[in-house]
Design a protein around this ligand. Structure first.
Ligand code: FAD
Length: 559
């Protein structure tokens, strides 16, 4: 058995930031990760990280907080948002002091670029590889503190003893054995859920594991219907072209070469918030002003030099996938599934309803993004709430004696996995996953309505039924990715059902939830978070958690 005071599940930015904070605080901390930390999806983040440094123009943490509140369509919890915006400049300096190389202005100060929905240019960046640069900075810090990393350990379940979190069960992918990783505090930092959709900007590993594990252990998920569709993903493969492109001045064009965004967002144009831009693009496409189901991202006027200096990766990604060089050709793009605003319900310190269990980063719902996240705020969330959850976990374990260690969950997980390996005859899991993907992509996309959502709920019930007899072909022990893929598919089905049920229940349009049959925001009825409880079948929903307000009352949201 493995034993530590704090175990962090996930080695992306949120997980590593939590682990470094815990190590700096003197705690015995370890990271459990299904892959090497620097391969985490965080490394794909291109555009940047927000903080009101005010290096290029006047800005304040209050302005930053307001932009988040407005961006969230007033569903974000304002106390958590203020905490994030206030901590942001400190965290940028913290990263900088640990060797993170940010792009600079000529006078040496950290450069900041404009991003969608932001009143000022406040997105700090490292060219267009920001996530990778921060990820490597944190990896160096893990090494510096000698934090133990259990790499290629796939967490399958949370241990709860006497009502308290007691660690996780993890499948050691190299040996094929299940192991108990016991801990006084467990921090989930397992990232997003993108693979629930047929096409996504997310990595293959973004399979909502931590969300589903917490959900199964009795922790509610929150605001799951709010899925962000990013305005610029490549038609060919769903890969993201960062908002940094529009931040640097790129245009969106329809088939007539018209910069259509000003029809939808007269002030902000291409730099309106993502929900607004994605809906605008989709409307252009639906009304016949796209080309082959796409519109275009046009960088040409930025010039070769600026593209090569500020957006080299974007150019390369487009070139690889389409053969088109953004320096002299507009790139076909369309909205693509990108981010989960919802996740494991936490308070503003990252604590869940089970003592000793925390969540941070994309798997968590704090909620700082509400119904729509602003670009550059997710990297920030991972850093701020990674650190906060670790600080809180350290305080929590201080007064605590030993937590009970039992092999109960290990045994039940062993039985479950033995049962899966023994099955034969049913559908193979990739086929079931594909069906689930299509149900969501077809019915729970940018515009939603009652009929489509009912179809989704029904379709997902059938998928869950089929999943009961689905099988793996590889019965071997060493590096059985067929088995881990199976477990991920099961996790994704739980999550898909929450997304569809939430979208059906919420009879209003707010942020990323756009109902054609309920086109208005309804603050009377729906200024509440959605909570999802596991029943083993359809989720049970409740709407008892109110949104926290500090300074800003809801007003009409325009850009
Ligand atoms: C292409 C792309 C570009 C983006 N660009 C930006 C940007 O410019 N700015 C911005 O603010 N946001 C951006 N985002 C969003 C942001 O990058 C992510 O939300 C954020 O990095 C998520 O970090 P994380 O630490 O929560 O999770 P991840 O980085 O996804 O890490 C998850 C970790 O959990 C581990 N894990 C998962 N399941 C298990 C399991 N069962 N057992 C053990 N370990 C497990 C994985 O191994 C991994 O280490 C972008 C996202 C994408 C996809």
């Amino acid at each position: 058995m493995i034993k530590h005071d704090i175990v962090v599940v996930g080695g992306g930015l949120a997980g590593m930031r939590a682990a470094v904070e815990a190590a700096e605080g003197g705690a015995d901390v370890a990271v459990v990760s299904k892959m090497h930390p620097v391969r985490s999806h965080s490394g794909a983040a291109q555009g940047g990280i927000n903080a009101a440094l005010g290096n290029r123009e006047d800005d304040s943490t209050e302005n930053h907080a307001f932009d988040c509140v407005k961006g969230s369509d007033y569903l974000g919890d304002q106390d958590a948002i203020e905490a994030m915006a206030e901590d942001a400049p400190r965290q940028i300096v913290w990263l900088e002091h640990r060797g993170c190389i940010f792009s600079r202005m000529p006078d040496g100060r950290i450069a900041q670029r404009p991003f969608g929905g932001a009143g000022s240019a406040r997105t700090c960046y490292s060219a267009d590889v920001t996530g990778l640069v921060i990820l490597h900075t944190l990896w160096e810090q893990l090494e510096r503190f000698g934090v133990k990393v259990y790499e290629e350990y796939f967490a399958t379940a949370l241990c709860v003893e006497d009502g308290m979190g007691a660690g996780v069960v993890a499948y050691n992918m190299r040996s094929g054995e299940l192991e108990l990783v016991s801990a006084k505090a467990t921090i989930f930092a397992t990232g997003g859920l993108g693979r629930v959709y047929a096409k996504t900007t997310n990595s293959y590993a973004s399979t909502a594991d931590g969300m589903a594990i917490a959900y199964r252990a009795g922790i509610p998920l929150m605001d799951m219907e709010f899925v962000q569709f990013h305005p610029t993903s490549l038609k060919e493969n769903g890969v993201l072209l960062s908002e940094a492109a529009r931040g640097e001045g790129a245009y969106l064009l329809n088939k007539d070469g018209e910069r259509f965004m000003f029809k939808y967002a007269p002030n902000k144009g291409e730099l309106a918030s993502r929900d607004v831009v994605s809906r605008a693009e989709w409307t252009e496409i639906l009304e016949g002003r796209g080309v082959d189901g796409c519109v275009f991202l046009d960088l040409r006027h930025l010039g070769r030099e600026k593209i090569l200096e500020r957006l080299p990766q974007i150019r390369e990604l487009a070139l690889d996938a389409t053969g088109k060089d953004a320096i002299d050709t507009p790139i076909p793009i369309l909205p693509g599934m990108h981010y989960a605003m919802g996740g494991i319900e936490t308070d503003k310190f990252g604590a869940t309803r089970i003592p000793g269990v925390y969540a941070a980063g994309e798997c968590a719902c704090v909620s700082v993004h509400g119904a729509n996240r602003l670009g550059g705020n997710s990297l920030l969330e991972t850093i701020v709430f990674g650190a906060r959850s670790a600080r809180h976990a350290i305080a929590y374990i201080k007064g605590l004696g030993d937590v009970r260690v039992s092999e109960r969950t290990l045994k039940s997980e062993q039985d479950r996995i033995d049962g899966i390996l023994a099955r034969s005859g049913g559908e193979r899991h990739p086929a079931v996953r594909k069906r689930m993907n299509n149900v969501l992509s077809d019915n729970v996309f940018i515009f939603r309505d009652d009929a489509g959502l009912k179809k989704a709920v029904e379709g997902l019930r059938e998928v869950r039924e089929a999943a009961k007899s689905m099988t793996v072909m590889d019965k071997s022990k060493t590096f059985n990715t067929d088995l881990t893929g199976f477990l991920e598919t099961e996790f994704l089905i739980d999550i898909a059902q929450c997304i569809a049920a939430g979208a059906l229940a919420r009879t209003e349009s707010r942020g990323a939830q756009a109902r054609t049959d309920f086109p208005e925001r309804d603050d009377e009825k729906w200024l509440v978070h959605s909570l999802f409880h596991n029943t083993g079948a359809d989720p049970r929903l409740d709407f008892t958690r109110k949104v926290t307000f500090t300074k800003w009352q809801p007003t009409v949201r325009t850009y």
